[in-house]
Design a protein around this ligand. Structure first.
Ligand SMILES: Nc1nc2c(c(=O)[nH]1)N[C@H]1C(S)=C(S)[C@@H](COP(=O)(O)OP(=O)(O)OC[C@H]3O[C@@H](n4cnc5c(=O)[nH]c(N)nc54)[C@H](O)[C@@H]3O)O[C@H]1N2
Ligand SMILES: Nc1nc2c(c(=O)[nH]1)N[C@H]1C(S)=C(S)[C@@H](COP(=O)(O)OP(=O)(O)OC[C@H]3O[C@@H](n4cnc5c(=O)[nH]c(N)nc54)[C@H](O)[C@@H]3O)O[C@H]1N2
Ligand SMILES: [Mo]
Length: 754
């Protein structure tokens, strides 16, 4: 490892003094929200107040780097808008700023009262818990719901078609039997000095902007570390990104056409005999059927659909096939189309044909190391199958993979349907941790808002008063920032400590709240004395990463790397039975997918047009002549968060949409104009940013916008409806699997606002 900083200043002890300040080496996860878990130095003063945060140069994970949101942490922690005491409100005052501060004990009693009331009237399953994306808050409310409230129903964040990572994860599960990620050397502490490691020659970056998003445990700058060592990039995106500007080749595609492009690339790789014969013949299943299928996807056909040239598709296939070691880094754009399954399968197939599977620098199978999932599993085991009984979405009406429970949670659309119709039973109480549904997560904001308003009881556990909490919460429980909670970070490897260094008001960590409420409701199950004891139990009982470690040891070591191995399919380490090969039905990588076939889905990858597109609905396209993709991430915000931070709003004051200058001219829009984006589902208002980086015919609009500075009460709700792009998206139009939704494949028109 390099040491270009002063080791006398940046020490390796987990905690040390620097003048009057105590420095703690640990990781920052959430709150505020993020997927990463960057290694940080928290500086606290004599009174235990956080005064500064820096990146930890002694971390092999992030090497001292931090993003702008993390650098502004002190501003977030001590923000005057933060809610730091529990508050309740009468049901008739929903939507109005009429809160009454209560004690934490009163808050717990109130939750129990609400749970009992709902259970007596309708049964516990009428309670739904909700958690958002991969913050350090995805499991606690689920576990509490299952083990404390006694409901099988989680997932009331209502992400349409579970279209975040679930489709890709499921494709990997069905095709490979494990989860795979790009190997940037991050799985070993020695990184590039690990003798077995070699960097990829080519990254395939598909529908993803990892340097901004650092999504799903994958730190984007790992790619840059590889680029510095010679890796090249192939990027597929409708917009020029920093990475695509540095790419060997960039294909600027129409949103929603990715599967056609991937299958055409496969077509050329097979036609020109450029695929890896050893891998395909020895380790893949269903090549002949796959080969037949991709014959339909000629470069000429794909070129027309994707809005790229035929030559470029040939060139892409040759580049990928001849590159040497290639790896795949894909993003949520793959999931955010109705046909997410076929698309994930198609893109994964490109990688499979290169044969770079579980090899150094390739697409590698990882131990999930997902502490949260393991806790859930452990609780479920103790509760037995009863807790799953009658879960919403298990009745077979919500897509083929949901029908066999592959989603792992209640199905968002089934929850929504139950709440709207009372079928098969009503939904009457929501317990929400880390999600704002109609502000940001759900696809059809107004519809979800209507449903939430009708609930008997709503509890929101959050940091700030959000539009969702203001609209419908009866009880608000104030949650802790990352630096205010002890925890364990496990999302892939390595394992990282999360150390509490300060406390603000009565703010409480999600796990502590879960434990305290759990103890009151089901003490046999929530038997741990305190959070550290519970976390130690969890860490030492992870199904996926066998590490025995005390919390104290983890705290002192800061980061622990479990041993990582390559080529596990060649040594019998991927399959449940220890045989060679992959953990799939055939034991091979399935180009023809048996699991899909067994549940009545198309076993082969395919392209279908989005439900609304220039080709599937040409008449609608006349009315709404632009393709709309939404929610590309920005540096300053994590979803609906960070809008109250001055330092972020200085860089990014307003919601924007990006549009090619030629399209803007046609619509009579100039740089900075407020404009209305409208389609058959609804409309909202954003500011135009004219940029040549955007593919002509496509607009890209931001998501998650509300305005903490505006009137908090109904009907404004912090200006929620002004710029809410999820007024233009849908909920309930998922693909055959039950996954996928059109967040990134809508149509719209654009005109200047008054
Ligand atoms: N700063 C920040 N980081 C985040 C988040 C955040 O809100 N803010 N959110 C987190 C979450 S939950 C997630 S899921 C991840 C997502 O992170 P990413 O996977 O990077 O997702 P996006 O930024 O939505 O889109 C990435 C790229 O896809 C392109 N794109 C849009 N439509 C299409 C399409 O149809 N096809 C193709 N090929 N490309 C398309 C966009 O132009 C963009 O450059 O980020 C996580 N990280
Ligand atoms: N149009 C469009 N919509 C999208 C997307 C898109 O690309 N386009 N992306 C979708 C995707 S991929 C996702 S994953 C969803 C994400 O949607 P969500 O995960 O629901 O994100 P938020 O709406 O920001 O709500 C998160 C709330 O949790 C709070 N919070 C932060 N950290 C913690 C914590 O540790 N504990 C607790 N209890 N609370 C915390 C925050 O203050 C915030 O109010 O959005 C989806 N919505
Ligand atoms: Mo996401």
């Amino acid at each position: 490892m390099r040491e270009c900083f002063d080791p006398n200043v940046y020490k390796k002890d987990w905690q040390y003094q620097e003048g009057d300040l105590t420095v703690t080496r640990t990781c920052q996860w959430s709150a505020p929200g993020c997927h990463q878990g960057c290694s940080v130095l928290f500086y606290t003063d004599k009174d235990g107040k956080l005064v500064k945060i820096e990146g930890d140069p002694n971390s092999a994970v992030t090497d001292g780097r931090l993003c702008m949101r993390c650098l502004a942490m002190v501003e977030a922690v001590y923000h005057p808008d933060r809610i730091i005491h529990p508050m309740k409100r009468a049901k008739e005052d929903r939507g109005f700023d009429k809160w009454e501060q209560i004690t934490m004990d009163e808050a717990y009693d109130l939750v129990i009262e609400m749970v009992n009331d709902t259970t007596e009237k309708y049964g516990a399953k009428s309670i739904c818990t909700g958690a958002g994306t991969g913050r350090n808050a995805t499991w606690q409310s689920n576990v509490l719901g299952h083990g404390g409230f006694g409901t099988p129903n989680d997932n009331a964040g209502l992400l349409a078609g579970n279209c975040c990572y679930t489709p890709r994860m499921q494709a990997m599960n069905a095709l490979f039997g494990s989860t795979f990620i790009a190997d940037c050397g991050q799985l070993n502490e020695k990184r590039f000095d690990e003798p077995e490691y070699r960097r990829p020659d080519l990254f395939i970056i598909w529908g993803n902007n990892p340097v901004r998003a650092n999504a799903d445990g994958f730190y984007g700058h790992w790619i840059i570390d590889c680029m510095r060592r010679g890796s090249e990039l192939f990027v597929v995106d409708p917009q020029v990104t920093w990475l695509s500007a540095h790419a060997k080749m960039f294909l600027q595609v129409r949103p929603g056409s990715d599967a056609a492009l991937a299958l055409a690339i496969c077509n050329v790789m097979i036609e020109e005999d450029l695929y890896d014969h050893e891998f395909v013949e020895c380790w893949c299943y269903g090549f002949d059927e796959f080969k037949e299928r991709v014959k339909e996807y000629t470069p000429a056909m794909a070129a027309e659909l994707c809005w790229v040239s035929e030559e470029k598709i040939y060139e892409a296939a040759r580049l990928i096939a001849n590159a040497g070691v290639t790896t795949l880094q894909w993003g949520v754009a793959v999931d955010q189309t109705k046909w997410a399954n076929g698309t994930s399968q198609a893109i994964a197939s490109v990688q499979i044909l290169t044969g770079n599977i579980d090899n150094p620098g390739g697409f590698v199978a990882i131990d999930f190391g997902y502490v949260q999932s393991d806790i859930r599993e452990n609780v479920s085991k103790q509760l037995g199958p009863e807790v799953r009984k009658d879960r919403l979405g298990d009745d077979g009406n919500w897509g083929a993979l949901n029908a066999i429970g592959k989603g792992g949670h209640a199905v968002p659309e089934a929850i929504l349907h139950a709440a709207e119709t009372g079928e098969p039973y009503p939904v009457k109480m929501l317990f929400l941790c880390s999600t704002t549904a109609f502000t940001n997560m759900a696809g059809q904001a107004r519809r979800v808002y209507d449903v939430y308003k009708e609930m008997d009881h709503v509890v929101v556990c959050d940091l700030f008063m959000t539009p969702t909490a203001m609209a419908c919460a009866d009880l608000f429980i104030p949650m802790a920032m990352s630096c205010e909670r002890d925890g364990v970070r496990g999302w892939y490897t390595p394992l990282r400590s999360i150390v509490k260094v300060t406390q603000t008001g009565e703010a409480i960590g999600d796990e502590q709240m879960m434990l305290e409420l759990g103890k009151r409701m089901n003490p046999d199950l929530f038997y741990w004395d305190d959070v550290p004891e519970m976390l130690e139990f969890c860490t030492n009982n992870m199904a996926t990463v066998p590490i025995e470690v005390s919390l104290e040891e983890l705290r002192e070591k800061v980061i622990i790397y479990p041993k990582f191995e390559y080529n596990k399919f060649r040594t019998g380490k991927l399959r449940f039975d220890g045989e060679l090969g992959f953990n799939t039905i055939s034991g091979r990588v399935e180009l023809f997918c048996n699991m899909y076939n067994n549940v009545g889905m198309d076993p082969l990858p395919y392209h279908k047009e989005p439900p609304e597109s220039p080709y599937s609905t040409p008449e609608l396209f006349e009315q709404y002549p632009l393709v709309l993709t939404t929610g590309r991430r920005s540096w300053e915000f994590f979803h609906s968060e960070h809008r109250q931070l001055k330092s972020m709003r200085e860089f990014h004051p307003d919601p924007i949409f990006e549009i090619n200058p030629a399209d803007a001219e046609q619509a009579g829009i100039k740089e900075g104009d407020w404009a209305v984006l409208e389609n058959s589902h609804g409309s909202c208002k954003l500011r135009a940013h004219l940029t040549d980086t955007m593919l002509k015919g496509v607009v890209s609009a931001e998501h998650g916008w509300w305005f903490p500075e505006k009137d908090p009460e109904e009907p404004s709700l912090f200006g929620l409806w002004e710029s809410n792009i999820n007024c233009l998206t849908v909920q309930g139009d998922f693909g055959p699997s039950g996954y996928g939704s059109s967040y990134k494949t809508q149509l719209c028109k654009v005109y200047k606002a008054d």
